[in-house]
Design a protein around this ligand. Structure first.
Ligand code: NOJ
Length: 570
């Protein structure tokens, strides 16, 4: 514990950085750690407590870095270990903590231990660190079971000597064998390695995976998405997470970064599935994906919030409405339904329609999210209201889901397009070591038209961003939005400021208020705070209040317009 009797993470606002798309100091078109370091002033100004940094480790990038070839190093394209240490130090100076991504279900096929396993003949101990099996059918020509890869196709790949290895994701991401004692031992060392460097916690990738049913049975019948499966939610996970919790708790909680945390990525079909992960001595936190799954209806939001709160407080299961795996909220809310893997195709078919509605709803949803009890995660660019980029040419797409489905699924690249910092310029300020976004940037006054001139540190023109940015990206840029008092960015900045200062916000509980209007979502938080969000088609009277603290759209005559939320003092 730290920070006055409760752990800092119980009410933290954490900002997810996908480093290749955040800011590029080197000018090669790929974001990097020095780029992130140069924008810490922006994040401090926004008002976040921590950064979740998605993988920055050496990787062939077959899955955006979730194919790790060395768990204890920095990808040279993203920087050096010294850059990482400087990042942690500079962030700490601004009271921002760093959470790193741990990828324990699988590694990259370029990992030296997997290379050694491939080089060894069947039956050799090197293979036991992974899940190698003989195939079924004549000559073992069929995969050992019918498990699907999450990215399409079979979860098995055959090697030249005839055996098959398991990969729940891409062929290039072989699953570790968590029943081999060397695997947990290696990950204990990796966890300590990063905690010793001062990181505040870990985000655990595919935390519901890792252990597989030892019999590797076929899956039978219609399989609910994220439901129980022989490769998901195994009971063995919980002893493992208890052992990780003991490591986290062995670090002193006093001083910065305070108590260390871990947040599991656990996808589930029923929120009750989260319970064992959240045992008192289990993972400190797991993501709560209810708001990603909820459609744009009052009842869906209320149901999602109730379902999550019935299992855990937002302090143990933080709220999130977007990440690097799902279409961006400003586009998702153009539709009324909640997220499904097929949604990206629906959005492509929708073209430009409902853009304004999507953006309005995303602003309102942000005020709902940030008023809920507990901790909240924001994915980079959400604060700019970035839309999903739906027209990335096939040749530029990188997501293995696109490749493995033969292009049937467009995949997740559309929410990973490099951020626009400046109104103009070759990459809208994304690339270039110099410019007004450097250390110390905290204020509008530092923004000048020179922001549009992105040069590398040696004065050369930077390369094109690794994913193409749309021509209209400049209007979403930080520069444009700082100059507009009604922008998304200024809404987020105001909300985070208020959240920090208001005694009712952060940890705690909520009380539903019944307004009699089926479109209005209203809850109270003590002392003296009310959230109202209008999901209905017509303006709705605001609930009793003293003052409007913040609203996602202008509110006049006591009426909350459709697709609008307000924070009220009561
Ligand atoms: C979840 C990550 O968020 C996603 O981007 C990745 O593809 C899979 N896990 C596999 O590591």
């Amino acid at each position: 514990m730290s920070d006055g009797g409760h752990a800092w993470w119980e009410d933290a606002v954490v900002y997810e950085v996908y480093p290749r798309s955040f800011a590029d100091a080197g000018g090669d078109g790929v974001g990097d750690l020095p780029g992130l370091r140069s924008r810490l002033g922006y994040l401090a100004d926004l008002g976040v407590d921590a950064i979740w940094l998605t993988p920055f480790y050496p990787s062939p990038l077959a899955d955006g870095g979730y194919d790790v070839s060395d768990y204890r190093a920095v990808d040279p394209r993203l920087g050096t270990m010294a850059d990482f240490d400087h990042l942690v130090g500079d962030a700490a100076a601004r009271r921002i903590r760093i959470i790193v991504d741990l990828v324990p279900n699988h590694c990259s096929s370029a990992h030296p231990l997997f290379r050694a396993a491939l080089a060894a003949p069947p039956g050799r101990p090197e293979r036991d660190l992974f899940i190698f099996r003989d195939g079924r059918g004549p000559g073992g020509g069929q995969p050992p079971n019918n498990w699907p890869s999450q990215f399409g196709g079979s979860a098995w790949t055959r090697v030249p000597d005839g055996q098959w290895y398991l990969h729940l994701f891409d062929t290039s991401q072989p699953d570790w064998n968590w029943r081999h004692p060397d695997v947990p031992a290696m990950f204990r060392d990796v966890i300590r390695f990063w905690l010793d460097r001062g990181v505040a916690g870990l985000r655990v990738d595919v935390a519901h995976g890792l252990f597989k049913d030892p019999g590797l049975p076929d899956v039978v019948g219609v399989h609910p998405l994220n439901g129980p499966a022989p490769y998901r939610h195994r009971p063995e996970l919980h002893a493992l997470y208890q052992s990780w919790r003991a490591i986290l708790d062995s670090y002193p909680a006093g001083g910065f970064p305070g108590s260390r945390t871990a947040i599991g990525e656990v996808w589930y079909d029923a929120p009750g599935t989260l319970r064992p992960y959240l045992a008192t001595d289990g993972l400190p936190q797991v993501f709560n994906f209810q708001l990603i799954l909820a459609g744009w209806q009052q009842a869906a939001f209320r149901g999602a919030i109730d379902a999550a709160l019935a299992v855990a407080s937002g302090s143990r299961a933080p709220w999130v409405m977007g990440n690097h795996d799902v279409p961006r909220p400003a586009s998702r809310y153009r539709l009324d339904e909640g997220f499904t893997p097929e949604m990206i195709e629906q959005l492509i078919a929708l073209g430009d329609r409902n853009a304004e509605t999507g953006a309005r709803r995303a602003r309102a949803a942000a005020l709902v999210l940030l008023a809920l009890p507990g901790s909240a995660y924001i994915y980079q660019g959400e604060e700019l209201g970035l839309p999903e980029v739906t027209d990335i040419p096939a040749g530029a797409r990188q997501d293995p889901r696109f490749r493995r489905t033969g292009g049937k699924s467009a995949g997740r690249d559309g929410c990973r397009v490099p951020l626009p910092w400046a109104r103009n310029g070759a990459s809208f300020g994304f690339s270039g070591g110099s410019g007004p976004w450097g250390p110390g940037y905290p204020r509008e006054s530092r923004v000048s038209p020179r922001a549009s001139i992105a040069l590398t540190s040696d004065g050369a023109s930077p390369s094109a961003p690794w994913l193409p940015q749309p021509p209209e990206w400049g209007k979403y840029s930080v520069e444009s939005q700082l100059a507009d008092e009604h922008s998304f960015l200024n809404l987020y900045r105001a909300a985070l400021r208020l959240r920090r200062d208001h005694p009712a916000l952060g940890r705690g509980t909520l009380r539903w208020l019944e307004s009699g209007d089926p479109g209005l979502l209203c809850f109270a938080r003590d002392p003296g705070f009310v959230l109202a969000a209008n999901f209905g088609p017509a303006p709705a009277p605001l609930p009793a209040h003293r003052e409007i603290l913040l609203a996602s759209e202008p509110v006049t005559a006591g009426l909350l317009p459709p697709d609008t939320a307000a924070w009220l003092s009561a």
